[in-house]
Design a protein around this ligand. Sequence first.
Ligand code: GDP
Ligand code: IMO
Ligand code: MG
Length: 432
Amino acid sequence: MKEIKSLAVTGAQWGDEGKGKIVDYLASRAGVVARYQGGNNAGHTVVIGEETFKMHHLPVGVLYPGVICILGSGMVINPQVLIEELEGLHARGIDTSQLYISDRAHVILPFHQALDQGEEEMRKEKKIGTTGLGIGPAYADKAYRRGIRMMDLVERKRFASRLEEILPLQNRYLQQVYGHPGFNSSEILDCYLPLGERLSSLVTDTSLLIHHSLERGDRIIFEGSQGAFLDLDHGTYPYVTSSSTTAGGVCSGLGIGPRSIKEILGVIKAYTTRVGEGPFPTEETGEVGEKMRQRGAEYGTTTGRPRRCGWFDAVMGRYSARINGYTGWAVTKLDVLTGLEKIKIAVSYFCSGGHQMEQFPASLEELYDCRAEYQELPGWEEDITGARSLEELPPEACRYLEAIEELTGVRALLISTGPEREQTIVTCNDII
Ligand code: GDP
Ligand code: IMO
Ligand code: MG
């Protein structure tokens, strides 16, 4: 096997860190871009000149002609949304002929969406704040060993027989627990079989494709969705998504071994945001948070919900660096902090019981109870969106980046100062 040239790019906070922008920036050098988890709950934005692309299912590498794009086994796929996304790109002149979908990826069906929405309604004030797209129930069916996979969807007889097994159970649950009328199997078949037919030529053993790419020595980017604190195992459970968002998920989600990942880049915003419910130790509900939301246009790409905003949290940064094994940061949206007189970074948490925490706790009670302890740094006034090197940044912005590096123990290899491709500072030319 030739030298491995692969890079995992994962979100280090609660999602929306700017993974789309960073993967797009790096993908010009890649031969393959592969997604390994999540579904259309993701919303990855890419801005190229006057054009904006919002990807939900597709890896952002699809915007480069010739780049092989993969939807891996660890994903859950809504075929209807995927086809709409493809058609939207075709209408804009984008060629997607290099796209492949894992035969082992699971399918999101209408009852998953109904279950997701029913569950959220029933939880009332304890709701998770999901995207309502059926992600959790589709992963739950996979874990229950009764999910329907892409290889089933594209085989008329197999799809019909798998649906006959699962639908009566799901209907009974929907009717008895949520008072939902349930779904008719022939209506689902009528709608989904043509979708399966349209996608069938793309469905293949994508682990084998990646294996061949690694053997050829292609550059491969593994594109993460969501973020470390939404990871099913390591996030702020139960306020998480239902997949493995961290670098560990790359292997299980694509069918490759751990030695196939060379570098791991954590995408981290220069402040913190969260969509949906759950603890958020550095949240700013007042004027500062509103300023971040307006200046950073912090509204969900998928649901349009206003994102909750707060200061950068180095306790979170350290934790996500540990659980992902980051070899570098891509710090994004530094420009959004321009004009703030003082900028704060959380360095530890202080609990009402009187103890200090340097490490991110598992307990929701502790997270709700704790108060973030801050280090304060001077802000800057200069517009930094045109900066292309560290030397062009004001000294206060450099000091802020250094503080992030020191407090998290990870070097900033990329700094993003605006949504566009070229609004990027590179401190290391050998990222991939
Ligand atoms: P993702 O889900 O991690 O890909 O992030 P989203 O696309 O959901 O949200 C990030 C938003 O910030 C998008 O609207 C991007 O266009 C935008 N963005 C990315 N990097 C920067 C940056 O450095 N500065 C500014 N101002 N916006 C950015
Ligand atoms: P990208 O890839 C931000 C959040 C939802 C909710 C929780 C569970 O754009 O960063 P789900 O529908 O996944 O069961 O919802 O996870 N969430 C995201 N938040 N960015 C995302 O994706 C998200 N995907 C899911 O808001 O709190
Ligand atoms: Mg997003």
